[in-house]
Design a protein around this ligand. Structure first.
Ligand code: FAD
Length: 416
């Protein structure tokens, strides 16, 4: 079923009873050319690009729960490409360009909104760093606009400019950044992959691997054994556990990240705003709720919920930046398990097991990466070669020490 204004009108006039499920519920086949573990955005996008770009359609996505039930359905939906290190810059630029044509490509409204993303600077030094970041973004083909304190005040009168500890000195505006609707991204890729013949199999947990002479030959699942020519892993916070089943360790820790949403309010926040003196960022959803988040909870965990001290920390940062938030009632909070690498950058690579490929280490930033990650991971799995946009996101950087450390915090996963 293709969506169009005509279809909406036709179904609207006939009681909306004619809509059909947009992906099938197939039983697993005994064998696939490629099995992808994990039905989040990355797994579904990989399957889609395998089928569409490389013509490999005998593909299954195995999801232990329901698609989008992991971090892809739990994030704060920020999309941006304002990184500074070679490797990250090329990858996130590639991803942002794919975002810009995604709705037409998938024939699905993912509510991609390039409303702009503003990062605040609270000292002369910080503003200089923002100028450098903006310049590098422009050189990478992206965008950046430096705002003075007066411009900030004009554009964002609702922020606290008189805070004694964190005065606002200026900001970097990234106009092509913004937000998208997270569930819709998952559903859009699922529908498009299904239309190309990909089997999306939910409630199917991978519980082990069959490896013969160092080569992956299939997966043991809660729904039986499935043979596969190649296997790709896109399980985010569960990456360490799944790699362990294949017999190797990854330079990854799993930590909880929380997010929060308030009751719906009238539109006031037209852009995304990121605080420069703490990890706090905020946007307003299309339903009117303020959506915001902050730091990781700070310890390793597989719980999909967070703790009160971090909630307090995030609320404090929100109050320092935007005191009016104190009047809003918080509706919900939730947590997701983030796959934090030692340098804060992702891994898209082969693994020590032949025909087993890893896509992980997305830390805070894997939602914006979904189109790019699916696209380059499919390229790697189909051709055996790294896509040029992702040829620095390799595992061996943890052996050579040539880390992609954007924040300069060193090998501490919870600081990135
Ligand atoms: C609170 C929060 C806020 C965030 N905000 C942002 C943001 O604003 N912008 C941004 O870019 N990123 C953000 N992120 C990060 C982003 O959400 C993730 O990096 C991204 O969604 C990861 O997608 P994924 O497909 O790799 O993983 P997931 O969506 O987590 O999918 C992995 C899937 O694998 C399944 N799985 C696990 N083990 C198995 C198994 N053994 N067998 C079968 N299936 C299995 C899981 O059930 C899950 O559905 C945020 C994350 C959180 C938690």
């Amino acid at each position: 079923m293709r969506y169009s204004a005509w279809e909406v009108l036709r179904h609207g006039l006939t009681g909306n009873g004619g809509w059909k499920p947009v992906w099938r519920d197939p039983a697993p086949k005994p064998r696939y050319d490629i099995v992808i573990i994990g039905g989040g955005g990355h797994g579904l996008a990989t399957a889609y690009y395998l089928a569409r770009v490389h013509g490999i359609r005998n593909v299954a996505v195995l999801e232990r729960s329901y698609i989008g039930g992991g971090n892809s359905g739990r994030n704060t939906t920020l999309v941006r490409s304002n990184y500074m290190l070679e490797g990250n810059m090329s990858f996130y630029s590639h991803s942002l360009r794919l975002w810009e044509g995604l709705e037409q490509e998938l024939n699905y409204n993912v509510m991609f909104s390039q409303r702009g993303l503003v990062v605040l600077g609270h000292s002369d030094g910080q503003v200089e760093m923002l100028a450098r970041r903006g310049t590098m973004s422009i050189m990478a083909g992206d965008d950046g606009e430096l705002w003075s304190r007066e411009e900030c005040r004009r554009q964002m009168p609702y922020l606290n400019y008189d805070d004694q500890r964190f005065p606002i000195y200026g900001a970097l505006m990234h106009r092509r950044g913004g937000t998208a609707r997270h569930d819709a991204v998952v559903w859009g890729y699922a529908r498009a992959a299904d239309r190309l013949g990909v089997d999306i199999i939910q409630n199917c947990e991978v519980q082990g691997f069959r490896i013969e002479n160092g080569k992956m030959v299939g997966v043991e699942t809660s729904r039986g054994y499935i043979g596969s020519g190649k296997v790709g892993m896109t399980v985010a916070g569960r990456s360490g556990q799944v790699a362990a089943m294949a017999g190797f360790r990854l330079p990854i820790e799993s930590q909880v990240l929380q997010a929060f949403v308030t009751e719906g309010l009238k539109p006031i926040l037209p852009t995304v705003v990121a605080f420069g003196m703490g990890h706090f960022y905020i946007s307003q959803s299309d339903k009117g709720g303020f959506v915001f988040g902050g730091d990781l909870d700070g310890y390793n965990s597989y719980a999909q919920r967070g703790n009160l001290p971090m909630m307090e920390h995030v609320a404090e940062a929100g109050m320092a930046l935007m005191p009016m938030i104190g009047k809003a009632k918080m509706l919900r909070s939730w947590g997701g398990i983030n796959d934090m690498t030692m340098d804060g950058s992702p891994i898209i690579d082969r693994s020590p097991v032949e025909n087993f490929f890893v896509n992980c280490g997305w830390c805070y930033g894997g939602f914006k990466a979904i189109p790019g990650s699916g696209n380059v991971f499919a390229h790697l799995m189909a051709t055996g070669n790294h896509h040029k946009a992702a040829d620095k996101l390799l595992l061996n950087r943890f052996e050579t020490g040539q880390l992609l450390d954007e924040t300069g915090n060193g090998p501490s996963p919870n600081l990135h």
